[in-house]
Design a protein around this ligand. Structure first.
Ligand code: FAD
Length: 501
């Protein structure tokens, strides 16, 4: 949607094809990937577009309905609904005439239509389909098996013995929610302990801790070989409550992993969620009983329901093989399925772009990606050269080859956004920053000592900054966005002290 809006702003004739009967992607109830009681794990300041603030009275961590409404309101506010074809699935894509794209799409009735476009933007998300469920002896289990995307209501499992497999964000939420209502403890099978933090930590939303410029600056000055230790210490300081939970004791020799949930940690503490490490579990025996070792004792347990929370696969079945080969696409690689330059550009395909194929706080980065490519397509700025794309893909190969793998392929979110902002000429250089500091000291504080809001990339112009426009007053919408953030989060609170640990 943000790609559509950016292209419309640049005057393109655009069509957005959506296979579901409504917009909203993972937040659309019809997509069945999120559930009513699911709230965002970062505050709405990280889940918004720069020129469309959330209403002032919004809950800090909006639920599925609020996210769905926000996205619908965004589309209506910018008048772009008319460019969207719902219930229209792209089935195949073919490159024609050297650089154009012929798309075959089907509507609800199954009617196939072929249309040709000069540019193609793939924004089908990285959460396309649940991954393969892998647990020994699963064929002997005869209870209910569901993926977390099918999970709807914890109350359905009140009287069930539930096994949750996986510990990332959805795993923690599902285990916490079910453990709160279930009469049996939930068993949660995990690969390794994570740091668990609450959505509000030390008086601030967790994204204010994780995505501050102050922290990004601090990390950029550290010895890269020490970053893992520093992050361990930092996550440890955020999740001090973990210290009292023996089951959660992250291994400092491995990369640090973090999960965010309000109820989960309390449920572990009151034994309503019991942690079971993979290495202690031998799966299901021939009678369908979960078999594991605890304190040298073999335990066999009856399970009624398994909720798999073991990640999603990215699927792009409609793209031609030669394009997938250029991106070294590996569908089963949940960490980094495709190798693109800056997560956007594909080698030898200058009219093809990818938006949102990025794991992390996605709204700000998606918006910058969309603004970047729409300006490239409009000829306002030059895109990267083939050589740069090649180098970018080589860097991504190194990211993919990392062992052990970190939690996110691209952990330096602010640097990534700043890089894109520089490409499109909206990142103030040092002189401009000094100007801002002198002219608007309060704004400087909002930009630096703050949660990194995407609003900081739209301060002086609705589409992109005219470098001469810094003398004008900053954009009121972006300013009010930043001001709201400051009022809501930072008033009467202390700033983040990264040296604390
Ligand atoms: C359970 C869950 C919780 C999450 N929580 C958060 C959170 O708290 N904060 C956050 O920032 N992010 C969160 N995310 C990440 C989420 O991916 C982003 O919020 C955002 O929705 C990504 O948008 P997207 O448009 O890139 O992808 P999606 O939302 O997945 O949208 C892709 C769209 O492409 C459509 N599509 C796919 N294939 C085709 C085709 N062949 N033809 C036509 N249409 C097609 C799909 O139907 C879908 O509507 C969460 C994700 C999940 C799964």
């Amino acid at each position: 949607m943000v790609s559509l809006k950016s292209c419309v702003e640049q005057g393109f004739d655009v069509t957005l094809f959506e296979k579901e009967s409504s917009i909203g992607g993972v937040w659309a109830p019809v997509a069945g990937k999120t559930w009513n009681t699911l709230h965002t794990n970062t505050s709405y300041f990280s889940s918004m577009f720069s020129d469309f603030p959330w209403p002032k009275d919004t809950e800090l961590f909006p639920d599925q309905c609020a996210m769905y409404k926000y996205l619908n309101d965004y589309v209506d506010h910018f008048g772009i609904r008319k460019f969207i074809k719902l219930s229209s699935e792209i089935n195949t894509v073919e490159k024609v005439n050297g650089s154009e794209w012929s798309l075959k799409w089907s509507n609800q009735q199954g009617t196939m239509t072929t249309e040709q476009f000069n540019y193609l933007i793939v924004a089908t998300g990285v959460f396309s389909r649940a991954g393969k469920h892998d647990i020994q002896g699963l064929e002997h289990f005869n209870g209910e098996i569901l993926n977390v995307s099918e999970y709807r209501d914890a109350n359905l499992y009140r009287d069930k013995r539930v096994l949750v497999v996986g510990t990332s964000f959805s795993g923690a939420e599902a285990a916490g929610e079910i453990g709160t209502v279930s009469k049996y403890p939930v068993i949660q099978l995990i690969n390794k302990p994570y740091y668990v933090v609450k959505k509000i930590t030390n008086g601030k939303p967790i994204d204010a801790h994780l995505y501050s410029r102050e922290l990004a600056d601090y990390l950029s000055k550290q010895d890269p070989t020490k970053i893992s230790d520093i992050i361990h210490a930092f996550y440890g300081s955020l999740s001090r409550e973990n210290d009292n939970v023996q089951d959660l004791n992250p291994d400092k020799s491995l990369a640090p992993f973090l999960t965010i949930s309000n109820s989960y940690l309390d449920r572990i503490k009151d034994k309503k969620v019991e942690i079971l490490l993979n290495k202690e579990c031998s799966g299901f025996d021939e009678n369908g009983l979960l078999t594991y070792k605890k304190q040298q004792q073999e335990i066999k347990e009856k399970i009624d329901v398994i909720v798999f929370c073991d990640g999603y696969l990215c699927q792009i079945p409609f793209l031609p093989k030669e394009v997938k080969d250029k991106m070294k696409f590996i569908q089963d690689d949940k960490f980094l399925p495709l190798l693109l330059h800056k997560c956007i550009f594909c080698l030898d395909n200058p009219t093809l772009f990818f938006i949102g194929m990025y794991k992390g706080p996605s709204y700000g980065s998606m918006e910058l990606q969309a603004r970047w490519i729409s300006m490239v397509m409009a000829g306002i700025i030059k895109g990267p050269t083939q050589k740069e794309i090649e180098q970018g893909i080589d860097e991504e190969q190194k990211v993919r080859d990392q062992r052990p793998r970190p939690q996110l392929p691209h952990p330096f979110h602010i640097q990534y956004c700043d890089y894109m902002a520089r490409q499109i000429g909206i990142y103030p250089d040092d002189d401009k920053l000094q100007d801002i500091y002198k002219q608007y000291p309060q704004l400087y504080k909002l930009l630096y000592n703050n949660l990194m809001s995407v609003a900081c990339y739209r301060l002086w112009n609705s589409i992109y900054i005219n470098p001469n426009s810094f003398n004008e007053s900053p954009c009121p919408i972006a300013m009010s966005n930043l001001q709201l953030l400051d009022d809501k989060i930072y008033n009467n609170s202390t700033s983040i002290n990264v040296n604390d640990n």
